[in-house]
Ligand binder design. Sequence first.
Ligand code: PLP
Length: 422
Amino acid sequence: MYASLGMSPAVYRYGEDILADLRPRFEAVDAVAEYNQAKVLAAMQKNRVSAACFAATTGYGYDDMGRDTLEKVYADVFHTEAALVRPQITCGTHALALALSANLLPGDELLSPVGAPYDTLEEVIGIRPSPCSLREYGVGYRQVDLLPDGTFDYDGIRQAINGHTKLVTIQRSKGYATRPTFSVAQIGELIAFIKSVKPGLNVMVDNCYGEFVEMLEPSDVGADMTVGSLIKNPGGGLAPIGGYIVGRAECVSRCAFRLSAPGLGQEVGANLGLLPALYQGLFLAPTVVAGALKGAIFAANVYEKLGFKVVPDGREARHDIIQAVELGSPEAMSAFCHGIQAAAPVDSYVMPEPWAMPGYDAEVIMAAGAFVQGSSIELSADGPIRPPYAVYFQGGLTWYHAKLGILLSLQKLVEKGLARLP
Ligand SMILES: *Cc1c(COP(=O)(O)O)cnc(C)c1O
């Protein structure tokens, strides 16, 4: 079957050799998934999820029992007071923009103690000027970069916190950078430090790509708001749209007022019939994330042994599902993405090309043949066309699909003479 899908025997054998050494790592991934499966199941049982929760509502969506129950389930999974989980939150950036704009007022300052935030947040914050940015509304921004070894600059952070600092944003995943992703434990240490400098500060964690990778979530270690996208990990590949914010009731309810309107808050917002996918996706998410993690570990080892720089490296512990591979040239980025695209169940016949994307400052190449448009819990690869020409690989609804995609990406590189098998 692999030969019929375009894989050469040499690439297949290389992949099997790499896999032979990864069995213990895969067992550890499965153990985390097993724990998280039980955690999700317990939350669903505790909140008495029933067939009535799957009914569609329209219009205002008053007394939407399925929606309200799903939010209780999320709050229990993340061990928080409250949750806002809505199809009206269109994507991760929207969820983050909501959390920030609802909890920052004119004159307040936002602090990122972990260096530059994800590209699309530059316009939300106003680092790159944009209509309706926080900056336009008089919210300041300060950033403390990581130290050269990728650790927190505690002295710099202490100095940056001042009378105006109101909210701290911590991005768990590396995003389009080649810094390390933080473990939940590291995030917990950082939050404890920040709150020791200025008690009462709110901390928001951008949890995109991190959900269910570990047994703990940022909300377990002191985050006041934990935020993410449902077309990444927690939607399990089934959610067709949506975002979530879990955390302290005071913060989350402000987000609801920002999403709908002051006075309305969490009580409006029809579910439009999307709840079955949101529930079932959450139920599957721990397993789906495990498959994606295995793919990321496999990709790291496949490319590292061919001499490419990979972040994280082949042995490091994982704290998100993203694998960066520094390919060194635009041509190699294209070949890699062509392989991922060729492995897709949808749109496998198209050729990805670099293009300008809203929210990004360089051209971006993206490979994805997804059932849900742009879903990056499904097998996908993308990256901005700028040095070090890194592609960010993630997802795979099943481990087998991730494996196939990675080996086909290698196949394309080998065919173009851009990688040589040992
Ligand atoms: C994907 C992502 C976002 C933005 O999410 P979108 O759904 O693409 O808007 C923000 N932060 C991080 C770390 C991400 O990975």
